[in-house]
Design a protein around this ligand. Structure first.
Ligand SMILES: *[C@@H]1O[C@H](CO)[C@@H](O)[C@H](O)[C@H]1NC(C)=O
Length: 236
């Protein structure tokens, strides 16, 4: 039975017309949608990384250390740490902080270099190769191949797209593909847009298939730490 007691409050509620109640709800919802639309038009002011600079950096790292992936990653992280002041953006310097990520049927290792509300920069890859669905994302995704090749396919084509080391595979917001990290492949992945909305995809396979709670814990702990750390220094 209802725990509500009759009294002046309930009488007041009863007097309010359902039309006014729904009009208020629709107005609040419309304002919220308009606010989100406005945020979407101003989000670029929080971007710090530049795609062309990251591409040059990935190519420099490959040229400097052609047969040493670990040295490439070190080259990239040292460059970013020197390039960007730590009071402006947080770069995670711990190059051993790797964990598994399973999403869209693909599996690989991930090292989060940076993540905030509007940008992330990670190293993703596996020496074994993997294949899956890219997901549908609320961010533009720049996939810089460091080692090996990434292949991609979208329905309607009969040919595969091939992205070798040194190239960038740009996936604009909303674009979906099947992709393969062909044999061994590692990439520097930069996403700009609404990062928190991408997280459910990042957890999808762990929650529905692998049940690898330790990887979920690592991702929540590291992404949370970096995201909050960035917010605290004003990097949205
Ligand atoms: C980092 O790499 C970029 C792109 O190659 C380069 O322009 C820049 O000078 C490098 N910065 C440092 C501090 O090494």
């Amino acid at each position: 039975m209802s725990a509500r007691k009759s009294g002046p409050i309930e009488n007041g509620e009863e007097r309010r017309s359902p039309i006014i109640k729904w009009a208020t709800r629709i107005m609040v919802l419309s304002l919220f949608i308009a606010f989100c639309g406005w945020l979407d038009t101003v989000k670029h002011q929080w971007y710090i990384f530049e795609p062309s600079k990251l591409h040059a950096l990935a190519q420099d790292a490959i040229a400097a250390h052609p047969d040493d992936t670990s040295a490439m990653v070190h080259h990239i992280v040292s460059n970013l740490t020197a390039e960007y002041p730590s009071n402006k953006i947080r770069i995670n310097p711990d190059e051993r902080e790797w964990f598994f990520n399973n999403a869209g049927g693909a599996m690989g290792g991930m090292y989060i270099i940076h993540t905030s509300i509007t940008e992330y920069l990670i190293i993703f890859g596996t020496p074994l190769g993997t294949e899956g669905h890219t997901g549908i994302h609320t961010a533009d995704d720049y996939f810089h191949i460091l080692v090996g090749e990434q292949w991609a396919y979208a329905p309607g084509s009969y040919e595969k797209e091939v992205y070798p080391a040194g190239s960038v595979h740009l996936m604009p917001r909303g674009v979906r593909k099947q992709y393969k990290m062909h044999k061994g492949c590692f990439a520097l992945e930069y996403a700009r847009g609404w990062i928190p909305l991408m997280l459910p995809f990042g957890f999808s396979d762990a929650l529905t298939s692998t049940l690898d709670y330790m990887s979920v814990y690592d991702m929540v702990r590291i992404a949370g730490r970096e995201l909050i750390g960035n917010l605290l220094i004003g990097k949205i």
